[in-house]
Design a protein. Structure first.
Length: 469
């Protein structure tokens, strides 16, 4: 087996991944800021973070994954105030939508989802440590990190740092300009802002502080992997390093893994640009979440993904091809006794090549495009062999076993017992259209097909209702 290589933003190189503790990986993924519904760009990032974890597990590693929920931050406070709600109430539907989106996209739950508001004591402790080590100063009731006190500042984003200069202070959590700034750790209380009464004074944490405190509390001072999209490299991750290494004096994260954005018309999908799609909108366009999962996974995380309707159509076709191949395999397996001998070596060769190509692609910085290429080569070759009568039931079983081996990684196979809401609704619409045109044979066929999949219909004056058996 080849080595797993990951591109590390810290070194700007693809490096062989070796966990600090043999057999065990600790990873932290920056999670959502819950001031609105996640868009599919956010979901892209959460999806490949989960893919990374799944592949580490495929390689036999035990993974602990932590994803924070930022539930106190500038934008949340701004929008909660606009809505006339306290932040705790305001964030509830967005947290729900976040978990709902992950579930629909088959993202496996992380081991911990710490919320910033529940880690205030750990944040205070971290600032106290930084204070002791001479990295902070206070002004107008806020506490800042003095960037020039940390020689390595800038090593992740490669911003220029001049240790002789006095930097201007920045209060805002996010800033665009790629230059060093003294950033805020603890913000003094302001009117109409939530605050905590602490040894640092009354106030609230800065965003960067939240992630340093939560990650180190749950994963230790040094851990293996930190993920996020490229917009977080500066200042967020640079500042996380400054806080964590400034406080502990130890290396914070060994591999920084960043993914590219999901773009729309060559622009980053973002709420502030107003060019977003949510998962719900994709579903309203009658695409199954599995199709979105496929479309997002088909582009490797470090490649920009330009989102179009055509990309969803392509993904839909790909998923359909996979599904019909799986059904064909089942038919082949069912058509012969289980212990039927191999017809020839065709199956073994195909399987061997498939697993090797899949692993080599994934080992190469999670090249999902290559991994899917290996899958479709297998499907094409197996279909050709089936057409020629050259694959036995034994071969089909072997191929199925190989597919089940990689299934926990990609998780893109339609689940046969899972009928999706969008699919049911499409079939009901088709049935209504058939009834309208008095094609009762077709409408009965659709009703029976739905019943066979456990869906019961009830025709009411208000339209057709359905429920699961
Ligand atoms: P936020 O909720 O804004 O804090 O973002 C959550 C995660 O989504 C972060 O890792 C962001 O870097 C990431 N993200 C934001 N916009 C995009 C995008 N257009 N494409 C991919 N990831 C994104
Ligand atoms: Zn973060």
């Amino acid at each position: 087996m080849s080595d797993l290589k990951l591109f590390n933003t810290l070194t700007r190189e693809k490096e062989t991944f070796l966990p600090l503790r043999p057999g065990e990986v600790r990873m932290y993924s920056c999670g959502p800021t819950v001031y609105s519904y996640p868009h599919i760009g956010n979901l892209r990032t959460f999806l490949w973070s989960d893919l990374l974890r799944r592949y580490l597990e495929y390689r036999g590693l035990r993974v602990t994954q932590v994803m924070n929920i930022t539930d106190v931050e500038d934008k949340i406070i701004r929008d909660a105030n606009k809505a006339g709600q306290d932040i705790g109430t305001y964030v509830v539907p967005f947290i729900e939508a976040f978990f709902d989106g992950l579930k629909k996209l088959r993202v496996r739950p992380a081991d911990h989802y710490p919320r910033a508001t529940e880690y205030i004591p750990q944040m205070i402790e971290l600032v106290k440590q930084l204070e002791t080590r001479g990295h902070t100063y206070t002004a107008d009731g806020s506490t800042y990190f003095r960037v020039s006190t940390l020689p390595g500042y800038g090593k992740l984003s490669r911003v220029e740092i001049d240790t002789t200069s006095d930097y201007s202070r920045i209060e805002s959590d996010e800033y665009e300009k790629e230059s060093a700034r003294d950033f805020v750790l603890w913000k003094a209380k302001k009117e109409n802002e939530p605050s905590w009464d602490t040894p640092l004074g009354e106030g609230r944490p800065g965003w960067h502080l939240e992630c340093s405190a939560m990650s180190m509390k749950l994963l230790g001072e040094t851990f293996d992997i930190h993920t996020g999209a490229v917009d977080l490299i500066f200042p967020h991750h640079e500042n996380e390093i400054a806080q964590s290494e400034g406080a502990s004096g130890k290396p914070f994260v060994r591999y920084w893994v960043h993914g590219e954005h999901l773009n729309i018309d060559a622009q980053k999908m973002s709420k502030s640009l107003g060019n977003i799609y949510t998962l719900r909108e994709i579903e309203e366009m009658k695409f199954d979440p599995l199709v979105l999962r496929y479309a997002l996974l088909s582009v490797p995380h470090r490649t920009k993904l330009n989102f179009t309707n055509a990309s969803l159509d392509d993904a839909k076709n790909a998923v359909a091809r996979i599904e019909s191949f799986l059904l064909r395999l089942e038919d082949t397996i069912a058509s012969a006794p289980k212990d039927a001998a191999h017809a020839d070596d065709a199956g073994d060769a195909m399987i061997g090549k498939f697993l090797t190509d899949f692993q080599e692609s994934m080992d190469d910085d999670l090249n999902t495009a290559g991994a899917l290429g290996a899958l479709f080569t297998l499907i094409r070759d197996a279909n050709t062999a089936l057409d020629a009568g050259k694959l036995s039931a034994g071969d089909a079983n072997g191929i199925k076993a190989a597919l089940m081996k990689i299934d926990p990684v990609l998780d893109i196979f339609p689940r046969r017992d899972e009928v999706l809401d969008s699919e049911v609704e499409q079939m009901i619409e088709a049935r209504n259209a058939a009834r309208k045109s008095r094609d009762f044979k077709e409408s009965d066929r659709l009703r029976d097909a739905l019943i066979a999949r456990g869906i019961l219909l009830e025709d009411t004056p208000g339209g057709t209702r359905w429920r699961r058996r």
